[in-house]
Every structure is written in structure tokens, then in C-alpha cells.
Design a binder for this molecule. Structure first.
Ligand code: SF4
Length: 336
């Protein structure tokens, strides 16, 4: 099995925790059906498991458990300042799943959550109602794949398809599905939609190999992107986060060359560039528990509570990558 195919493998959860109040939700049933061998444990609230003290995010990552829960309270959040809004005035994000099957070294989830177990909020209908309430006030641009990689989970729970179907009936809603997955086949049967953007993170193979464990190769991602484009989907490429690794110029040049050999520029909706950044609190939490990642121990500088590369390095990374991209793609459609 090649790496891209193996990445579609569904994790074999040994334990599934289920909140009592959603045990008869239809999605709970569907998800449980996929894991007949798992030990099922009823719980009162997902935080009883997820927020337990003295957990180790990194050890748990080797044997992630699944938690099925109901998301109460806030479900739709204003977009974070460190994230691109792509010119959309009403930018929001939502997380119907917490945590990820991938394991990127630069992932802020490692410092944000006390546990790496995966939480799926099955009450997706409540997320939709919240978005409908917002749409009564103004158009909405919604990033639906935050705090997880939603498409990578599509074989466990088809949230991406549900969001796409929802967006197709709500023209004032624009959604972005950010992914590193090659699981495009899971949504390929759906008609492409004007207000849905499939956004792939594009990274050099060197970055994927060293800092994005378990994610598909660059070639796998480009193949998936190409299929989506040819089917008529709007596709965004995200060169984000750019990393200041050894021989970075060579790696990013090769990556961008390969991208444009494979993908026709006129079929790319837009491109984003971002440099590594992480809140002080999250990086501090990660450094407390993780010693195996050189990237995490880079001497970043803290500005306004956010760790980032020193200005001159940030500038070099952005200028170099922007120049490579803008020689092949309209610069006004490149977001920095
Ligand atoms: S794919 Fe995204 S959410 Fe998943 S581990 Fe990597 S950075 Fe985190």
C-alpha cells in the first residue's frame, strides 16, 4: 500500500466514550457501527474524560481514543486574528471535531488541548441552526476545518459532505474546508458548489517527512487537488506555515515547481502564504511536554503574545515564496 492510500486508513479506536445524552443520536449509531470491536463506555460529559488532569497529549497520540459528545454553548466563533480572512468581512470558524489523526510538529492543538483524544460532536444540526441564525444578520464566511482535519475523518463521520450540502442551500454562506488529506474521493460524488472552497495545505516533501507525520505526500495531495479542480471545485492552495528549515529556498522552490507542473494556474481560486506562528501559551505548554522536535525549540521571538520567526527571517520566507508564486499566478489573488 502506498503512503497516500494508507492515509485513508481509519484509526482502530480501542475505546469509545459516549455521552449518555447523545447515545441515541443517529450519528452516534452510525459511528459506533464502524468500530464493532471497540469497548464502549458511557459518560456524563466529554470534559470528564477530555479535561482530566495530568494527561499527556503526546503519549495519548499513540493510542487515541474516541469521544462522542454534544456541543453545547458556543459553536461558531469569530475568526482568529492570526488567520487569513481572504477579504471576507464576516469571518467565523467552527470545530465539530476536536483533534486530528495527523501529528504535525507545529500544530497548536498540542498546546491548546489537555488531551489528544478525538472528540466528535454529533449534534451537527445545532451547528447548522447557529449558522442560520447568523445568516439572518449578514453573509458568513466560515472555516469548518479548524482544530482538526475534517476531510480526513470523512470515512468515520461525513461532516464535510453535510456542510457542503448545507452550504448548497445557503447562498450567503461561504465555507472553507482546510485539509492535508487525499480523501477527496469521499466528497467527489457531490456537485461542486460556488460557495465551497476546498483548501489544501501544500508543503515540500522535506517538511512533510520531518514535520507533518502521518500526512499524505506532496504528490498525493497534488493528485487529489487536480481531481477536485477537474471536477469543477474551487481550490485554494495554502503555503502555510512556511518553515525556516535547512535549505528552505531549495525545498520551497522544488515544491512550487512541482505544484505548477501538476496544476493549471487558471483553475486555482487563490493562494495563501503564512509563516509559522503560535500563541505564547500554547508553545509554552508544548515545550513543557515535548523534547523530540527541533522545530518547537527554534529561538522564536514573542510579539504581542505570539511566537514567530525574527522579522528578517519572516520577510525572507514570504518574499521568496511570494516571488516564486507571483511569477506564475496573479499576485492580487495571493493572500499574505
Ligand atoms: S493537519 Fe492540521 S490539525 Fe491536524 S495535526 Fe496537522 S496542523 Fe494539526
Amino acid at each position: 500500500m502506498n503512503r497516500s492510500k494508507s492515509i485513508l486508513f481509519i484509526p482502530d479506536f480501542s475505546h469509545i466514550y459516549i455521552e449518555k445524552r447523545i447515545k441515541s443520536h443517529p450519528l452516534t449509531d452510525q459511528i459506533l457501527h464502524r468500530f464493532p470491536g471497540a469497548i464502549k463506555i458511557e459518560i456524563d460529559h466529554y470534559k470528564d474524560i477530555f479535561n482530566r488532569p495530568r494527561q499527556n497529549f503526546f503519549i495519548q497520540k499513540n493510542t487515541q481514543k474516541l469521544i462522542l459528545a454534544e456541543k453545547k454553548d458556543q459553536r461558531i466563533y469569530p475568526g482568529a486574528e492570526v488567520c487569513h480572512d481572504f477579504g471576507n468581512k464576516h469571518f467565523y470558524y467552527t470545530s465539530s471535531i476536536l483533534n486530528c489523526i495527523y501529528n504535525c510538529d507545529y500544530c497548536y492543538l498540542q498546546g491548546m488541548f489537555p488531551s489528544s483524544n478525538i472528540v466528535i460532536f454529533v449534534n451537527i444540526e445545532d451547528f447548522f441552526s447557529d449558522v442560520e441564525a447568523l445568516l439572518e444578520k449578514h453573509p458568513v464566511y466560515l472555516a469548518i476545518s479548524y482544530d482538526t482535519d475534517l476531510l480526513a475523518f470523512e470515512n468515520i463521520v461525513s461532516f464535510t459532505s453535510k456542510w457542503i450540502n448545507f452550504a448548497q442551500n445557503h447562498f450567503d454562506l461561504k465555507i472553507e474546508v482546510r485539509t492535508k488529506s487525499v480523501n477527496y474521493s469521499a466528497v467527489q460524488h457531490l456537485p461542486p458548489s460556488e460557495n465551497v472552497i476546498l483548501a489544501w495545505t501544500v508543503s515540500p516533501d522535506e517538511v512533510i517527512k520531518k514535520y507533518e507525520p502521518k500526512t499524505p505526500s506532496l504528490n498525493g495531495r497534488l493528485q487529489a487537488i487536480k481531481k477536485a479542480m477537474n471536477d469543477g471545485w474551487k481550490v485554494r492552495l495554502c503555503f502555510d506555515p512556511l518553515l525556516h528549515i535547512k535549505n528552505w529556498r531549495q525545498h520551497y522552490k522544488e515544491c512550487i515547481d512541482r505544484t505548477f507542473v501538476m496544476l493549471p494556474p487558471d483553475k486555482i481560486e487563490d493562494i495563501s502564504i503564512g509563516v509559522f506562528r503560535m500563541s505564547r501559551e500554547y508553545l509554552k505548554n508544548i515545550r513543557k511536554n515535548r523534547t523530540d522536535s527541533a522545530l518547537i525549540y527554534y529561538p522564536f521571538e514573542c510579539k504581542d503574545g505570539v511566537y514567530q520567526y525574527p522579522d528578517h527571517i519572516t520577510r525572507q520566507l514570504i518574499e521568496y515564496v511570494f516571488q516564486l508564486l507571483s511569477s506564475r499566478f496573479p499576485s492580487e489573488k495571493i493572500y499574505i
